[in-house]
Every structure is written in C-alpha cells, then in structure tokens.
Design a protein around this ligand. Structure first.
Ligand SMILES: [Zn+2]
Ligand SMILES: [Zn+2]
Length: 735
C-alpha cells in the first residue's frame, strides 16, 4: 500500500474552480468535431432570456440539460451543445424603462436601442458566468445572441421565405392588448390568475317593458356594449358576463363594429363619456357610483375572478382593436397534431401539453409588436399606392431607419416608400433556433445531416410558446417535425411547493449554494430528486445531503487510490459478486441515460456506492487488498472507474478531479463502461444473503458493546455463504 494518489484529505466545493480551469485549458474536451462515421447529436439548448439573475431552479434546469449532453457524449455521439442568449424583447425594454423612469414610446428609438444593448450586455454576462460555474459543457466559444445582426437577419430571412406563400396577413381587429407594454399580444403571452374583483349586477331597462339583469366585472366598458345575448332557455335573462375571449369571437361572428372604450395606454376614451381620461381601475369604481346614482345598480358581489394578465408584466390585459400582422396557424392545427405524434416525448405524458394547447387556439398568431428592441419586420409600403413590398431574404433589414431597398414600386412605379415601424414578437426569433443551429440556408450538407434536431430540452412553462411555435415554423418552412425528441423537465419550486417569483420573495440565489455545497451537490440533488418531467421542491438540506455523498465518493476513491491498479486480477468469489452487481448497475444506467432518464443513474449509482460497495465489499476485501491480492485490487479499481464514469454526467467536477488524479486524462473524454465479460451474473444472487449476514454480525457486536474490529467468537458462516467465508471471517474478525 502506498500514498493515496488523491492527496487532499477531503472534497471541497472550491476544487470545482480548479476543475473549471482544467476544462478551459483543454478546449477540445467538449468540442463538436465528429469523427468520420460518428453519429451526431444536436441539442436545441433553450437560449435563456436574461432578465435579472437566474434563480436556482433555472440553474438546475440547465444542469439537467448538461447531464443529457454529457451522457450522449459518453454514449459515443458527437454532441453539438450550443449556448445562446435570447436577448430581444420586452423584458429588457421594461428594465430600461424602469431604470430611467421613461416609457419606451417617449424615447428616441436609436437612443433607446443603445440603452437596451448596454443593459443586456451586463445581465447576459452574469448569466453566462453562472452557466459556466454550474458545469455546463456547452460551446461557449460560439455563444449566439438572438439580437445579433446575424440572428436577426436569419429570423427575417425565414419570414421572407414564407412571405410569398401568403401565410401572413394584416388586419385591424380586436385583440389582446397589454396597456403597460402598449402592444398587441398573442394567446401564448397571456396567463390567467385568480384575482379579487367585483361582480356588478345592473339593470338594463327594456324598450317594451320590464328589465333584464346583467352581471359584469367590467362595468366601465358599458359604452362598448353592442349587444346582449341571452340564452333562449333562460327565463331569467341573466348571468352573462362580458368583456372576455368569447366576446372577441362574438364580435367577429356577428360582424359588430367594436367600440373603442379604452386607449393604448389603458385610459378610457371619449366613447366612455363621463369616464373619459380615467385609468381603467379608477373608471370601474366611478362606473359603479354612476350606476348606483341612476338607480341601475342591483348589487355588487365580491368574487375571485380568472383575470387574463400579460405574462411579462403581470398586468391585466385588455381587448383592443388594433392593426397587426398575423401568421396563419389555425388552418395547420391538424398538421401540428400529427407532428406532435411523430416526436418522442420524455416523459411521454407531456405530449398532451402541446396537444391541449393546439386544441385551445382560437385566433391566428399576431406577430407584430409596437416595441423597439426586437427584430424588425422587414417590409416597406409604397407611399403612393400602399403596396406592401418585401426585400429578398439574407440581409438584416431595419425599415424604420434604412433606406428602402427598392428602385420603384412594381405596381405604380412610385419611388417613395415608408418602412414598417413594427417588430416581431420575440417568439418569431426563438422559434427558428433549430433551423439556425442546423445551419439552414447556410450549410446545406450540415442541415441535411442534422435536421430534424436530435433533442429539444425545455421547461413545461414554454410548451405553448417555444415548443409550439417551433413546430409551427418547422412545419411551414420544411413540412417536417422540428425534433426527434422533446425532453420536458419539471419546475424547481420552493420548499413549500410554490413557484419562485421575485414578487413572492421566495427566489433562491444559486451563488451562496454553489459556494457552500458546490455545483456537484446541486446537480446530484436535482437528478436524484425528481422523476423525469415532475416538478421538484428545492431543499437546501437535501443539497447538503448530496454534498455528503460527494464527500463519500471522494473518501472511497482516496482509499482505493492508495493501491496500485494491477493489469489483471485473480478474482475471488467476493470480487465476482461485486463485479456482477457492477454489471447490473452499468446496464441499467446506460439504458436510462439513453432514455434521457437522469433519476435512475443518480440514485442507482449512489445506492451502489453508499449501500453496497463501501460498507460491504470494501470491508470484505480490505485485508486482501493490503496484502497485495490482485483480485481485490483489480476489482476495487474496476468499480471506481465505472462509478466515476457513470456519475460523470451528474457530478462532473468531483469525478473528473478524481479521475485526473488516479487515472489518465479526463473522465469526460471517456465512454460509458460496458458490462464486463466473464463475470457470472448469478453471483449477484448472493447479495441479500451477504447483506443480511453482515448486518446480523454488526448488530451482535453492537448489542454486546463490542467495537467492530474486536474478535467475535461463535459465529457460524451460513452454508450458502461458504464461497465468501475467508473474506467474511477477516472482515468481522470471527474467531
Ligand atoms: Zn405587458
Ligand atoms: Zn405603389
């Protein structure tokens, strides 16, 4: 026995920084460079939206995606694991608006864009730092940004490619409107939240005689009421609430001219008469007073109301008539349902999320926004005849400032044009990430080989947006599914099971956890805590428990590292027993990783080390190993090598530090182990008997107040365990 090759007595989270340095010094380690004939695996990593710092739930989600990438590499594939930041959009604009106290539409456009760019740079860098620190093995040398000229040009190119197909149309119609963002929104941008409200019962006098009762939560919208629809079977003529989704459809069906009672800023218009100029909430209170004064108020009933809110600002949205560009989607619902069936979902049940969303769609996708820090809609209009003109795809177009790229209008030959001022919904950009990453329009061979993309990993909360819109775009552009597989992870919740929100004050900052427990502990926790696809509660105590396991792994590895690894070993029955168990572990972990299941390997490997290998096998063969027995030494190292490789995707830091100290190179350049030949699988049948026997001896010693290394006379080895007699006698000091 020599000095342990692992010199440090125990594992410290600070060593993770050393490992990061080693990775940085070896840029080839995670590089995507397929060898001839090697299968490729492309991951459509979600480009996070930088809006302040990441909470620990988001960090854990990215850690899970990284585990999949690492596992695929170790399964032998060349993995393209890109990283991008989705920097366009309302979040960054709102940040600038809040910081400067000046609303976007009061800014000079160019100056506002510069301000956003400055702000997003700082926030984005913080996010990248965290992604690296948590161990993501992504291609950070080629981080892409959705607000780069290149990406925006690509996004516009896809639009322009679809343009001649007649898939876009422009319309003035009532749509969802956020008075804070001052832009129309799509159905996917709306959340619903139970909020306190008043159900106001009022009397509508009828011209003939009598009255009907109307109940509404929006009495301030009385001026916009064009029709009252009553159920023919309902004698009481009551119970209709208006001002919601159904109204939008009814207005269209009945071809009613909508009355604009609220303006773009959320204030009442001239049409609202005495409420003119008031903010919606103020107008509501005043409407109740006016109704009461006029004798039209029946009662006011406090209720909890499902309120549609803007998913970005959490502000109640309005229905407002506005001029917007739409992308047709309703007519493709059957195609998209079919695509959903063609893709594999992990977990399988989450396919239903996208099917339900497709079923719930009622309007086409309004893709235009009245904002600035987004990709511009690349269109111009003829000043004279109004013709819409689209330039050829390829360049990055900014019609609000660039000169029109046309000599004359093809219709009227006028030479004057007006650039489109509006921009795309940000999902127009992120819904082409899979096409961008597979180099569509840029590298035909690469595209042909890698589209559809191998894997789309993402959260459940963006199924209706990112997943759905990508399916739509890939269908329209390629008549194809966008991915082979979709991995939908659960959400990290707080200890009480609530989603983390800054407004709730329950956001957990990942940095202190990283400092105290390390990235490996956080990663092992999340892999082992949740079945694939389920939400999980984040518990610092359990992260601490995971850190203890990493320490245990270190201690066992350190012990083994004090023995030379022989080239081969003369195996004893105990060695064959643990190797048979190891083979089972290897087989089940490989299968699970192939199936994108991280829960099983994390738990099986932990269980193997903690409950089988360390307390039983290591103790049984210690004495032999000290004496230089090749069977024991070879088996100890075989178990350590395989355990490190099986755990490498989950705990990439500690496993690599151990591997580099005890063996050669990096564990992340290794492939997963295969089950070893020549080990009789039936040896694993002894496991229960061995564990029971050892437990029984330990209990006897405990009961007699004896320490474990004291001789215990009078214990018989059961006949079934005879093959292990030598090791068991020495382990327990049986006389
Ligand atoms: Zn909003
Ligand atoms: Zn013209």
């Amino acid at each position: 026995m020599g000095e342990p090759k692992l010199r440090e007595k125990t594992w410290e989270p600070a060593y993770e920084e050393d490992v990061l340095k080693a990775w940085r010094a070896e840029p080839d380690l995670y590089r995507f460079s397929p060898e001839p004939g090697q299968p490729t695996y492309v991951i459509d990593t979600p480009p996070p939206y930088p809006s302040g710092s990441w909470h620990v739930g988001a960090v854990m989600a990215y850690a899970m995606i990284d585990m999949i990438a690492r596992a695929q590499r170790m399964l032998g594939r060349a993995v393209l694991f890109p990283f991008g930041l989705d920097r366009n959009g309302i979040n960054i604009e709102r940040t600038v608006e809040r910081k400067t106290g000046k609303a976007l539409h009061r800014w000079d456009r160019e100056a506002f864009i510069q301000e956003c760019r400055k702000e997003i740079e700082a926030i984005g860098n913080g996010l990248l730092e965290l992604a690296v620190r948590v161990g993501m093995s992504a291609d950070f040398d080629h981080t892409y940004y959705t607000d780069s000229d290149q990406y925006r040009a690509f996004s516009q190119a896809i639009f322009l490619e679809l343009w001649p197909k007649g898939l876009f149309y422009r319309g003035e119609r009532p749509t969802f409107w956020c008075p804070v963002c001052e832009t129309p929104l799509a159905e996917a941008d709306i959340d619903y939240e139970e909020r306190p409200s008043n159900l106001v019962w009022m009397k509508f006098p009828l011209t003939q005689k009598g009255e009907i009762q109307i109940a509404t939560t929006r009495p301030e919208l009385l001026a916009a009421c064009r029709a009252v629809i009553v159920h023919p079977d309902d004698a009481r003529f009551s119970g209709l609430q208006y001002g919601d989704m159904v109204d939008l459809q009814l207005f269209r069906e009945l071809r009613l001219e909508p009355v604009k009672a609220i303006d773009e800023h959320g204030k009442m218009t001239d049409a609202a008469g005495p409420l003119k100029g008031l903010k919606v909430e103020v107008a509501r209170a005043k409407a109740i007073e006016l109704l009461r004064g006029g004798g039209f108020l029946e009662k006011v009933e406090p209720i909890q109301h499902q309120t549609p809110i803007c998913s970005r600002t959490l502000n109640p949205i309005e229905f407002l008539s506005s001029d917007a560009w739409y992308l047709k989607q309703l007519e493709f619902r059957d195609d998209l349902r079919r695509l959903a069936q063609e893709m594999e979902f992990r977990p399988t049940r989450h396919r239903q999320l996208v099917l339900d969303w497709i079923d719930s769609l009622t309007i086409d996708w309004p893709i235009s926004r009245l904002r600035y820090y987004h990709t511009e809609i690349p269109l111009w209009y003829c000043k004279k005849c109004g013709e819409t003109l689209a330039p050829p795809p390829g360049k990055y177009y900014r019609p609000w400032k660039d000169p029109a790229p046309f000599a004359k209008c093809p219709k009227c030959s006028s030479k004057e044009f007006v650039g489109e001022q509006r921009v795309f919904d940000t999902w127009m950009d992120s819904s082409v990430s899979n096409l961008y990453l597979t180099r569509y329009r840029m590298d035909p061979d690469f595209f042909a080989a890698n589209f559809p993309i191998s894997l789309r990993p993402q959260g459940r909360e963006i199924v209706r947006t990112w997943l759905y819109y990508t399916m739509l775009k890939s269908w329209l552009v390629r008549r194809s599914k966008p991915f082979h597989r979709v991995f939908i992870h659960g959400l990290g919740l707080d200890a009480r099971g609530r989603a983390m929100h800054r407004t709730q004050g329950n956001v957990i900052d990942p940095w202190p956890l990283l400092k105290q427990h390390g990235a490996d502990a956080i990663r092992l926790f999340v892999a082992g805590e949740t079945n694939p696809g389920d939400d999980f509660r984040i518990s610092e105590a359990k992260i601490g428990g995971a850190a203890k396991f990493v320490t245990k792994l270190w201690n066992v590895a350190r012990f083994i590292s004090s023995f030379e690894e022989p080239e081969a070993g003369k195996l004893q029955p105990s060695d064959e027993w643990i190797l048979a168990e190891l083979n089972r572990l290897v087989e089940s972990c490989r299968g699970a990783y192939e199936d994108l299941n991280l829960f099983l390997p994390a738990n099986r490997a932990r269980d193997f080390l903690w409950n089988l290998f360390a307390p039983h096998y290591v103790e049984m063969v210690k004495a032999r190993a000290y004496e230089g027995d090749t069977g024991a030494r070879w088996s100890l190292h075989a178990c350590l090598r395989d355990l490190l490789r099986l755990l490498a995707p989950v705990t990439p830091f500690s496993t690599d530090k151990i591997w580099r100290s005890v063996y050669d190179g990096s564990v992340h350049a290794e492939r997963f182990p295969l089950p070893r030949d020549g080990i009789p699988a039936s040896r694993a049948d002894f496991t229960d008997g061995l564990l029971a026997f050892n437990a029984d001896v330990w209990k006897r010693k405990r009961d007699q107040g004896l320490s474990l290394n004291v001789e215990l006379p009078g214990v018989e080895i059961p006949p079934s365990l005879k093959p292990f007699e030598g090791d068991l006698r020495r382990m327990h000091h049986l006389a």
